[in-house]
Ligand binder design. Structure first.
Ligand SMILES: *Cc1c(COP(=O)(O)O)cnc(C)c1O
Length: 392
């Protein structure tokens, strides 16, 4: 089956009642006929029928061995990091998601796990930093918000020369645009709160692993640490995923048009979108991804925080909010929002300029979105005092 069909028809009809929508099994425990004799479910922390449908769906889409649902993307990441022990090292992409940066620096450090940040867009940099203590190579590709791309196949070759796990956070692409496991990743992570659920109404995290030993370890952690996805959140995610193909296609198409338009605006300095040939990793993105995704970032010629804030305060359709991936277009100013806790020198090293604005492109009409950005950007050529306040 092609992905669009798969997304609809891998979701089973309920055997008990014929319900065409997956039932929400809102139960903590399951009655047993005799000790250990049951229908495959004992307690919802270990396994729940609604969650199981989602776990199987993501596993099939990512072509993995097993899937696991967690209460959020960060809970999913936390469970994967519990594969490690004191003394282990992680080699991580340098402009990692803000929450992951905090986790790596402020939590893992206390457990004696060292994280080295490297520019993974060049596999030679990964190779140069590998030691015999390296246990995980951690990629996000594309990264957010500067949309840098790392070559998954090259990283997997380096990882598998020794006993290193390649973990890929596939949140920005979803399995419809990129499949890390067939490319050599051992573990794929999703914040399903973004494109998979797709309607900015749920927090969810998913993990897919490529082998039975990893599945056994993740199943143990999921049950014992217990930050599982609730049946209702699992149902919302499944419901969202049915329309993933349609949403992603429209969002990617809109993103390309908007990225191209931004390059023509006189107030814009630089546009970050892997679909533009001017993007520094365009050739890897073209080889590795089906389409280029729906995040677009840009910086201003007058590169300062004040100008960026004027713009994010002035858009009407683009809502000012953290997160991305929903049907509604949103924008954010990472330096004062998602990335405000990242030390300035690390932020600058990762190429995150003061004026950088990140757009999460939704499914609205592209022309309306461009007009909204235009009226906001045009304000920069007007004196600040004459601006009227725009209510959000
Ligand atoms: C949002 C996000 C996370 C964290 O997911 P939550 O669902 O917000 O906990 C992890 N990785 C990436 C790339 C993200 O965008």
């Amino acid at each position: 089956m092609k992905p669009a069909t798969h997304l609809i028809h891998s979701i089973p009809v309920d055997e008990l009642t014929g319900a065409i929508s997956v039932p929400i099994y809102q139960t903590s425990t399951f009655v047993q006929e005799s000790p250990g004799i049951h229908k495959g479910f004992e307690f919802s922390r270990a396994n729940n029928p609604t969650r199981k449908v989602l776990e199987q769906l993501i596993c099939e889409l990512e072509e993995g061995h097993a899937g696991f649902g967690f209460a959020s993307g960060m809970a999913a990441i936390d469970a994967v990091l519990k594969l490690l022990k004191t003394g282990d090292e992680i080699l991580a992409v340098q402009d990692t998601y803000g929450g992951i940066f905090q986790m790596f620096n402020h939590m893992l450090e206390r457990f004696g796990i060292l994280v080295k940040f490297v520019d993974t867009t060049d596999p030679n940099n990964i190779q140069a930093q590998v030691t015999d203590k390296t246990r995980i190579i951690w990629l996000e590709t594309p990264t957010n918000p500067t949309l840098q791309i790392s070559d998954i196949k090259s990283a997997s070759k380096i990882a598998h020369k020794q006993d290193i796990l390649l973990v890929v956070d596939n949140t920005l692409c979803t399995p419809l645009l990129q499949k890390p496991i067939p490319a050599g990743a051992d573990i794929v992570i999703h914040s399903a709160s973004k494109y998979l659920a797709g309607h900015t109404d749920v927090l969810a995290g998913l993990v897919v692993v490529n082998s039975k030993p990893l599945a056994d370890q993740l199943r143990f952690t999921q049950n014992i640490s217990g930050s599982i996805l609730s049946p209702f959140e699992a149902w919302l995610t499944i419901r969202g995923m049915e329309t993933l193909q349609l949403r992603i296609e429209k969002q990617c198409a809109n993103a390309m048009v908007i990225a191209q338009w931004l390059t023509t605006h006189p107030a814009v300095e630089k546009v970050y979108y892997p679909g533009l040939v001017s993007h520094r990793n365009h050739h890897i993105a073209k080889k590795q991804q089906k389409q280029f995704g729906a995040l677009v970032s840009f910086t201003l010629k007058e590169n300062n925080i004040k100008n960026a804030i004027r713009i994010v305060n002035a858009t009407r359709l683009f809502k000012l909010a953290e997160s991305f991936g929903g049907v509604k277009s949103m924008l954010a100013h990472p330096a004062t929002m998602t990335h405000r806790n990242i030390p300035e020198e690390h932020r600058k090293r990762a190429g995150l300029a003061d004026s950088l604005i990140r757009l999460s492109i939704g499914i609205e009409d592209a022309e309306d979105l461009i007009n909204d950005l235009k009226q906001a950007l045009d304000k920069l050529s007007q004196p600040a005092g004459k601006q009227t306040t725009v209510l959000q």
